[in-house]
Design a protein around this ligand. Structure first.
Ligand code: ADP
Ligand code: MG
Length: 477
């Protein structure tokens, strides 16, 4: 059944997932000051008076951050609109101003969607600009604030531009959630907005999960899970949280809306804090900043400068080759679609080309293959000059050191076996193995491998396995 989540009875329950992804934008400096936005560094060296929230310092908006936000918004088919920066008030030691500048009721991007490789479209509610906070390190007591001896604050990250991309609750399984994050990452990287590194925190995912009786419309009470550092954790956290909620409801209890923490070690989510409401933050427009109202001409200029995005690249490749969705998605993910299309333009058989891209070109250097050489190799294979195994070997060498496929094949002594030579070999083998031949004739399919193996041994792998199989079938009559 579609929409199944491990450990949850799919007949009775449906899991609903909505993700908030924070992406650090790839600017040189911070969102409102000229301090460097570079990752890492000695603690508290990437700072300036504004980062420290010193009196008298004033924010100046980083135009590059706005441009990157618009690039993402357009790639996600959002409406780019007039937006206002607001103060979100809360105390936290890694945020010296005691408020975070974010966008609230008027985000720069609203109402878009992201298409997954499966063709599913996931709604995007908004994608707004905000500043990142610093980082606290709790020392002693297992790294949690509650029983730490003391805490250290590093403000290098405070003020780095973030784009918060709020997805609609359109996801139903861990697989869909992971596909969504992968696709979003691919889009962010493609438009140059982010380096997409989850392990460096450039991309951070908060995951909202609720459950509802299968067949009902009304959304259940959600919990938001923080501290998800990888796609693997995302999947595990959803499974654990959905099961916890179903268990609660089936025991006659209620799910309480709250923020929970994913613990990688025990594989469970734990209460972090009860959910704040928007009212608690006392949002109001930041009086130090003017509204951002992007000029439509500028927005169109940005739209025209966007690269072809992954979804469109998948459609293009599928149309040209008729290949399955999974193959096409994999080839685009590896960035091999341009190579394949160029090889096909140069006369390579589309199906063979994609088969190689899928199975024999996982090496990153494959992207630099010469399309003409790749096409020539595929043609040699399709014309019967090379067996599939030989073609694979030549291809590996092309990736390693380039060159001419015909020359490489000749150097390795890969000569096409003459059909009559092959026929003679097969006839000799049939004569030498009457018992096996008898079984083959009685329809024992497993014995085919025996004969093919014998031929391969005799020809040191030069024969075309498919041709041998065809010959055997022909001899049986
Ligand atoms: P918050 O301020 O609580 O973070 P947002 O509006 O920023 O709220 O984000 C809400 C997120 O929760 C969205 O990603 C949305 O898809 C998701 N969501 C809302 N309701 C549900 C629900 N019942 N179940 C699962 N996810 C939900
Ligand atoms: Mg939010």
């Amino acid at each position: 059944m579609s929409g199944a989540v491990a450990g949850v009875d799919p007949e009775r329950w449906e899991v609903v997932i909505g993700l908030e992804v924070h992406a650090e934008l790839a600017t040189r400096t911070k969102l409102f000051s000229s301090a460097t936005a570079e990752f890492g560094g000695e603690p508290n060296t990437h700072i300036d008076p504004l980062t420290l929230g010193l009196p008298g310092s004033l924010p100046v908006l980083n135009a590059h951050a706005v441009e990157l936000a618009v690039r993402v918004g357009l790639a996600l088919h959002c409406t780019v609109q007039r937006s206002v920066f607001a103060r979100k008030n809360y105390f936290y030691p890694d945020q010296p101003k005691n408020y975070q500048i974010s966008q609230y009721d008027l985000p720069i991007n609203a109402d878009g969607w992201l298409e997954l490789p499966s063709g599913q479209r996931v709604g995007i509610e908004r994608a707004h600009l905000e500043e990142d906070t610093g980082k606290s390190t709790h020392v002693g007591g297992g790294g949690r604030i509650h029983d730490a001896r003391y805490s250290l604050v590093d403000l290098n990250r405070a003020g780095v531009p973030l784009l918060e991309i709020v997805g609609r609750p359109d996801l139903r399984t861990p697989e869909e959630a992971r596909a969504y994050v992968s696709e979003l990452r691919a889009v962010l990287v493609a438009v140059g907005a982010s380096d997409g590194k989850m392990e460096e925190g450039s991309l951070r995912v908060d995951c909202n999960v609720s459950v509802r009786p299968r067949g009902t419309e009304e959304l259940g009470t959600r919990c938001e899970i923080k501290n998800i550092n990888s796609l693997r954790s995302l999947g595990r956290a959803i499974v654990a949280e959905a099961a916890r909620q179903v268990d609660l409801i089936e025991a006659g209890e209620r799910v309480v809306q709250e923020t929970r923490h994913w613990n990688e070690d025990d594989g469970r989510t734990h209460t972090l804090r009860s959910k704040e409401e928007a009212d608690d933050y006392r949002y109001f427009p930041d009086p130090d900043l003017v509204e951002v109202d992007p000029d439509p001409a500028w927005v169109e200029q940005i739209r025209a400068s966007l690269p072809v995005l992954p979804a469109e690249r998948r459609h293009r490749l599928a149309e040209r080759t008729g290949a399955s969705g999974e193959t096409v998605a994999l080839v685009v993910e590896r960035g091999l679609d341009d190579l394949c299309l160029a090889a096909i333009d140069a006369g390579a058989d589309p199906a063979r080309t994609l088969t190689h891209a899928e199975h024999n070109l996982s090496d990153e250097r494959s992207r630099d293959l010469d399309p003409a050489a790749f096409a020539a190799l595929v043609r040699m294979e399709v014309d019967g000059q090379l067996t599939a195994t030989q073609a694979k070997t030549v291809l590996a060498e092309l990736v390693d050191s380039g060159g001419d496929p015909a020359a490489i094949a000749a150097e390795r002594g890969f000569e096409a076996m003459d059909t009559s030579e092959l026929e003679g070999l097969v006839d000799d083998l049939i004569a030498a193995h009457p018992a096996e031949w008898q079984r083959f004739c009685e329809g024992d399919g497993k014995i085919t491998g025996f004969f093919v193996g014998q031929v391969m041994q005799a020809t040191r792998g030069q024969a075309d396995g498919k041709a041998v199989t065809a010959l055997l079938a022909a001899r049986r009559g």
